[in-house]
Design a protein around this ligand. Sequence first.
Ligand code: SF4
Length: 427
Amino acid sequence: MTASLLADGLIAAGSSEEADLVVVNTCAFIEAAREESIEVVLGLSASRKDGAKVVATGCMAQRYGDELADALPEVDAVIGFEGAPSIAGAVGMAVSQPVTLRSKPKGVRDLLELSRPKSSTPWAYLKVAEGCDRACAFCAIPTFRGKQRSRGMDSILHEAGELVRGGVRELVLVAQDLAWYGRDIDRPGDLAPLLREVDALRIDGLDRVRLLYLYPSEVRDPLISTMLELETVVAYFDLSLQHASRPLLARMKRWGSAQQFLAFISDIRAQQPDAAFRSSFICGFPGETEGMHQEMLEFLDAAQLDWAGFFAYSREADTTAANLDGEIDAMLIRERLSELHSVQEPITAAGRAALIGTTVSVLIDGIDDDGMTVGRTFREAPEIDGIVRVDHDPETAFAFGAIVDAIVTGCEGPDLFASAIRSVRAR
Ligand code: SF4
């Protein structure tokens, strides 16, 4: 979206308070995401400078445009994905302030094809496909994002090269269904060859490649063997499991069972004992019995995932689950969520504590509110997992993008404290 606005001739402001135009990309995935989107819109509206316009766009604007416009009078325009030549053009029309547009880059198919602007962090998301071919019963994404459209490998590699040569050390590959990459362009199984090509960018300074959102049926060779073999691809497995009960997963129209999940997790650990695992789960899907919930708790105990997110089931329009019987009472969902957290939290905490005394490789990517240098090892994905706070000699200021060896000295919640030994590679 940023790339589209830049391509149309707009100039990025230093902060939302300085901007003439604030564009909020909303999310409509579940109730909690919609609430957060509204909070962000309200917060940015309140802090904008005099005369600045606020525009809500993205999935929530697409799905609930009229309701959103009625509910948020502070917003100057609500713009979905369709019916406009570009976001900037639509913004100009919507706020009655024509925006001077440059000509669109040639050959652009949709937003997926626009290169991102230079990253301000030493890591960057790299989108390899848009849309989804699956039909999970709880999910409305395919209804508004459409079928999967994979980017051509050349386009991805071009963007990856530009990002790496611009200072990015970690590329985070994303798509709604990442391991399905290539199927829609008659190239099933193309993620492994893509990884090999991206891995070659290490000679330009790429240090890590991280994969997010792996649908569990695709967690198999050659993808796994390629991930474990390549130097830059980290052993971080972000699995989209959603539940552990086979009958409930079948009701969700998803693949898998606790047994199948545990089998591939243990297989990966046998090859790479240090591998990190994350997954997210839905609690209170219609028809979830006490027995299914117990199975979920037992699965967490057996799987010992490093990270897990739990979400209350949210009934979404235009999904098959919206018409299912067996709705679970909201109070019971809250109880079950709390049980899930109470099983997982000690597992995550024990995993963090076990790292104390070990040497880790930290990609420096920020400064926290107390002025402390922070970064991430391969175990922490940006913006979702914990971070590593790095203590170092005040004379040695580590630049963003430096890779630092550090000894873990402690932990607090999801975060680690570490003491720098040396900078392995400065940038
Ligand atoms: S794979 Fe993900 S995006 Fe696709 S339908 Fe299922 S939950 Fe939605």
